[in-house]
Design a protein around this ligand. Sequence first.
Ligand SMILES: [Zn+2]
Length: 280
Amino acid sequence: MTVQLGAHLSIGQGYAAAVRRVHEMGGNALQIFSASPRIWRRPKVAEKDILEFKQAKAKLDVEPVVFHSQYLINLAVDNPTSQKSITNLIWELKLAEKMGVIGTVIHLGSYLKANPQLGYQILLKNISAVLAEAPSNVYFIMENAAGNKVGQTLDELLRIIKSLQDKRLRLCWDTCHGFAAGVDLSTKEKLDRFLEIIDTKVGLERLVLWHFNDSRDPFNSHRDRHANIGEGYIGLDTFRVILNHPLANRVPIIIETPGFAGRGPDKENLDILKELIDKQ
Ligand SMILES: [Zn+2]
């Protein structure tokens, strides 16, 4: 299998255990939290855990591994939350460098009650504050959002990249969030057009990750509820189109599905996706 396909898994048993588990599921890419996503305090990570993780990753050829940032993050406001968000993202990106993790996937947050013009300036300032202290060789990966959040449209994310001109700024496109926000990638022509927009505006190399999730809610519903692959409103066509597109399938894929047993991303979801890849 040449496609890099994996899952978001828990680090409850440690970083290396997550690498081993995705390998057992038949995956070769991995997304994890660096620490608890629900509390601000960041732990001290033991050197031996980093080493064990790097050895497992190299031995089992799980590449890339990417972090997903905390749910608490909001970079679109100017308040104590944004200050903690900046501090923790810098911590996480430094850890990513030490661990050989390519970067962290970030939900930028919400302007809340602020005027979006002013909010946008604050957002740029906060992202810059993270980048100023982050290592030079890890990615700050902005994920598209569903609902009333920053990054609902591709244009909004591309505008941030153009405004800041930093090579570490990259994109993760979540199929569920995109579908909920009215982006249809169900045919090759539509996907071509989507990739062409990215390529023309910022270069296609900025797209470094797909999140493959089906959607429990209809097209353009602006709701964010993931479904198992094939069980939601997106259906299999979109996944088949992306998996067989020569430019799109070079980008690693991570599932964040609820799982057929309700225990999170599983082998069954990965197997369904593998079946959609055309055999040569
Ligand atoms: Zn996602």
